[in-house]
Ligand binder design. Sequence first.
Ligand code: SF4
Length: 468
Amino acid sequence: MSRKVALVFLPSDSGVDGARSLYDEGGDSGPKRWFNGAVRNLIKKTQFAIPPLALMILASVEVPGVEQSICDLRFEPFPFDRKWDLAGISVQTGMAGKAFELAARLRARGIPVVLGGPHATLFPDSCRPHADTLVLGEADDLWKEVLRDLVAGTLKREYRTGIPPDLSLPRPVSRAALDPGRYFTTNLVQTGRGCPYRCDFCNVHVLNGHALRKRRIEDLVAEVARFRKDDRRIFFFVDDSINADPAFAFELFDRLAPLGISWFGQATTALGQQPRLLDAFSRSGCKALLVGIESIEPSSRDAHRKTQNRTEELAGNIKAIRNSGISLYGSFIYGLDGDTLATPAAILDFIAETGLDVPGINLLRPNPGTRVFDRLREEGRLLFDPDDLASFRYTFGQEMLYRPKNIPLPEFIESYAELTRKVFNIPNAFRRGASAPSIKPAVLLFNLFYSHLYGLSRHDLQRQLERL
Ligand code: SF4
């Protein structure tokens, strides 16, 4: 009889899978509660609900005598009614408390629990008491060992490797463990891992290293062709900077062009100065890109080591990308260490000048494990107990985790609310939808949803301020 393994993905308290109020949703009643719930489900369905790629990769590992399922708890409660021989939970820091609770319930039923993912890798000591086994680091190779040991009855307490997996080895990703109808698309592809940059608020380079490790182009082309056969929806290249290696990206997208897919991904604004690559992106079906602008204040970029593109080149690069027919989601962070109360006006001018299709106005999130978290802790600027790691949860601009350097907290929250009110409103949503270079309906919808989500953000920040 085969061993049954559940790979568990936990929903976050808030965020793009359908933000909810962090403070008083339970108190809402009647039409308001119904409306918020309906919008959340719509967001899940139409925009953001994409499968957990890390678990898809693990579910693709085949070991004789093992059957793996993905349990995505955004859509269903954990199926305790089925018999499980092992549960693997991917732990994000902000969800660690929930992961530990679930682990306790599973272990109380005699189901061994493996904890892995970013939080387990960065903070193994916090996970050890809650797990039978820890998997530390990128699990692509380790997971086969775990499953073999499960079959042999020799599960160890800990699996870790000093060397990140060699991604140039063929590792076809299977989607057999997914229910495709739940997701916006199942066409998720990762071309490589690692980031050469060192932005201090980011843990990608901490977790995946600075060297770019790439998959082989022939494996990627084969994967895209295979995925396209049974899911004709849009592709999402999940790499943080799909143009980090322009020569590699050119060859890949040049070879993907004949397949006739549509895709979106994430890139640096340097793409605006890479005309050959920009052309390959357009020819291969690129419809939209997310670019991390983060800040247009040079002092903020320096303070947070965001050094890979220069402020004075940003606007020109963004215009060049949009002129090639690609819509842009431009992500800002307000509240960085060089920001002042004059920054919101500069952000508004920048959005107007560049015509960004979907702006994202984020709050700095000092995630435990990043340099900025350590620095803010040393400076006494964190608003939560630094040892209570789970309190640094993922939210959609709904909670302040620290005190900005140059702006008192009440004024900061007021200015953030004012900024988001000016950026996200119904007239702006229609105007941006109409002028987007591609996927106009999606741009309109995104902006309409953001009008709702930033409303939640303003409400929750105000509630938090009253409690501080
Ligand atoms: S924010 Fe982007 S560019 Fe900066 S370190 Fe993280 S992944 Fe790299």
